[in-house]
Design a protein around this ligand. Structure first.
Ligand SMILES: Nc1ncnc2c1ncn2[C@@H]1O[C@H](COP(=O)(O)OP(=O)(O)OP(=O)(O)O)[C@@H](O)[C@H]1O
Ligand SMILES: Nc1ncnc2c1ncn2[C@@H]1O[C@H](COP(=O)(O)OP(=O)(O)OP(=O)(O)O)[C@@H](O)[C@H]1O
Ligand SMILES: [Mg+2]
Ligand SMILES: [Mg+2]
Lengths: 256, 256
């Protein structure tokens, strides 16, 4: 049974897509078959792994409303052991249409039933919002990984996100747990960065991953070559950080 | 008649709020009375200017649905000539409720009629989405300023945003024009940053502001002191950049 991890935070630009792409690629390089689901209409995860938007005939949206089969929509990527269920930029208006569906919060959970046993990890990249598609991802997930940029504004929204997770746990998915809080774009030369790291560790204690993702330009260059950073520059700090994150998650899972 | 400028881009973390706060503060320091509207439920612009979320009894949302008056909701800030219409973190669910209103795209435009003559500039900070509240802001605006981070993913969403602007121009607001594309978090030491700057200038020519906002840690520190960067460190590169941006916009307006 594949473990489903949603990567979510309504604050924009905190590293959700960068984490989704590079964590998935790290799982697959460690020989754990992985599916990356792009649940963000911006379709950054899709393009960052080389999916050609012109060739996407159906996306996660068509699968959720029953107009396409999940197996036909999943594509292979240029990374061994890594498949993707792409998004499409036209998904942007979809959220309003889903509102009218019966069981509208469970649509994603239902479509994943069919493929959960084909993968060991299923990673869902969410949009910067707490709308219906993100609620669907939290309802489908076993756990949620929360990227937090080492910046002041990033701390502000955490309370609201944790509230939303509680609501989902109470009403839709009692088994949802917090995989962890991941500090991203950390720059040890900046006072602000160190302050945020300290505050988050003090406040959220064991929920915070030991692995910290450093600010590293290779992480932001890699998507322009349609590759995860492991395939772009395997010895970069960014590649090492995400590989360590994957190991930390795998080890924690094996312990339990 | 105040000029209404919406700060919009559905890509997250590109500097919408940082631009909203610091451009507004620059207008007000140059003695142009300014109103900042926080149309993002994250309420970052509100907190970045010292609004205490506990004290916000009504926000832009209550005003839009007619439950509060705009004049009672507007607050003074600690910056002379700068007022704010705050957001509230509970606005997050509001978007779905607005769907049922008659004229749901014009609610914000209508509420601004009452105060437009009290200010020379009205700046609207939008959420990272192209949902109903952002469409409201574009319908209420005279122009839209588009912050673009000097990163690869930031280029991807521009096409979709320009499409949405065209739709608003055709259906809701024929006078909406593009104030300009603003390059943000530029780091002249990085190849990627220079590549994005070149690509955007080549592609969007005169739409791109001459002023570029450099990556500058003072910009990300200032909100933790509830001040615009001009009041935090007036000689910093970030403060100078945003003052130049305000002058560039004012000069362009005076020429026309
Ligand atoms: N550790 C890092 N070091 C340097 N750059 C990074 C790092 N993580 C992410 N970035 C860059 O920062 C930008 C924002 O990251 P990303 O797009 O992954 O965030 P996001 O949370 O998915 O954004 P959105 O809210 O729009 O979905 C991207 O351009 C990305 O390349
Ligand atoms: N020029 C800059 N130099 C350094 N840091 C910056 C700069 N501009 C913005 N930042 C920081 O980058 C982060 C993202 O900026 P900001 O929150 O303004 O973006 P946004 O587009 O409003 O995000 P969202 O999509 O969540 O609304 C913030 O922590 C901010 O302090
Ligand atoms: Mg993303
Ligand atoms: Mg913002």
């Amino acid at each position: 049974m594949g473990k489903v991890i949603a990567i979510a935070n309504q604050k924009g630009g905190v590293g959700k897509t960068t984490t989704s792409i590079n964590l998935s690629a790290s799982f697959s390089v460690l020989e754990h078959p992985t599916l990356l689901i792009d649940a963000d209409p911006q379709a950054n995860a899709s393009s960052g792994l080389g999916v050609d938007p012109q060739e996407v005939t159906s996306s996660i949206y068509e699968v959720m409303i029953g107009e396409a089969s999940i197996r036909e929509t999943i594509q292979k990527t240029n990374v061994p052991n890594l498949d993707i269920l792409p998004a499409h930029i036209d998904l942007v208006g979809a959220e309003l249409e889903l509102v009218n569906f019966e069981e509208r919060n469970h649509l994603m959970r239902r479509i994943l039933e069919e493929v959960r046993n084909d993968y060991e990890y299923i990673v869902i990249d969410c949009a910067p919002s707490l709308g219906l598609i993100t609620v669907n991802a939290l309802t489908a997930a076993d756990s949620v990984l929360i990227p937090v940029q080492c910046e002041y504004f990033a701390l502000e929204g955490l309370g609201k996100l944790l509230n939303t997770i509680k609501i989902v746990q109470t009403n839709m998915n009692a088994d949802l747990c917090i995989e962890g809080i991941l500090l991203t774009m950390y720059d040890n030369r900046l006072r602000l960065s160190n302050q945020v790291l300290e505050d988050v560790r003090k406040h959220f204690k064991n929920f915070v991953f030991n692995t910290v993702i450093y600010r590293n330009v290779r992480l932001s260059e890699a998507p322009s070559f349609q590759k995860p950073v492991l395939m772009y520059e395997a010895t970069s700090k960014g590649a090492v950080n995400y590989l360590n994150l994957a190991r930390e998650i795998i080890q924690k899972q094996q312990k339990n």
